[in-house]
Design a protein around this ligand. Structure first.
Ligand code: CO
Length: 211
């Protein structure tokens, strides 16, 4: 059996088990999707959003990219965000990073990695904003990397708040609340780092007054 064939086999077993436990499982989910959460996470295979939060199909709307970034020119992210906020009407958005993130590590180095340099530059900017705090920490241990991972999650939450999509939803419907979390690969525990409740004010330069 080829390795990918195992996935199809496992899928059949999973579907059968679901129906066994709950005969209406798929018919119920087929026509309606009402997740309460949008998850913006890292593409890292070790951080599966639903597994680590114990959520079922239908409960989390998911977007993943390298180092869980919210880049204001990323049409993919913005499309997911708009759909989640305006159509699915999610109540919470979670940006979840993880300690030991290879994307953040790469951004801290001075190596060129090709196309991905352009993506990593957004993380280098986060480093530059927080250079003073970061460079007090030991570069040899993981302390500096892990603090940058926390700061990056915080900055990505703030980037969400800078979008007209979020500001409009905050003004009109007092939702969603924004959460910045970091997952520990070593212990499986998620640590809440930062939170912005709906309506929180940000730097006025980024607040639109005509929404
Ligand atoms: Co990562």
């Amino acid at each position: 059996m080829k390795s990918y064939e195992k996935l199809l086999l496992e899928n059949k077993a999973w579907a059968a088990e679901k129906i066994h436990d709950d005969p209406e499982f798929f018919t119920r989910l087929e026509h309606i999707q009402t997740p309460e959460y949008l998850w913006i996470g890292c593409s890292d295979s070790r951080v599966p959003a639903d597994r680590i939060t114990g959520t079922q199909p239908g409960e989390i709307f998911v977007h993943r990219n390298i180092a869980n970034m919210v880049v204001h020119t990323d049409l993919n992210l913005l499309s997911v965000l708009q759909y989640a906020v305006e159509v699915l009407k999610v109540k919470h958005i979670i940006v979840c990073g993880h300690y030991g993130c290879g994307g953040v590590k790469a951004a801290m180095s001075t190596k060129s990695f090709g196309i991905i340099n352009k993506w990593l530059r957004n993380i280098k900017d986060v480093y530059r904003y927080h250079r003073e705090e970061l460079e007090v920490l030991d570069a040899e241990s993981d302390a500096r990397l892990n603090r940058l991972i926390e700061l990056n999650v915080t900055e990505q939450v703030i980037n969400l708040a800078k979008t007209s999509i979020i500001q409009k939803a905050w003004k009109e419907e007092q939702r969603p609340d924004l959460h910045g979390w970091v997952y520990g690969l070593n212990n499986g525990i998620i640590k809440p780092i930062f939170e912005m409740n709906a309506g929180t004010h940000i730097d006025p330069l980024y607040e639109f007054d005509n929404l």
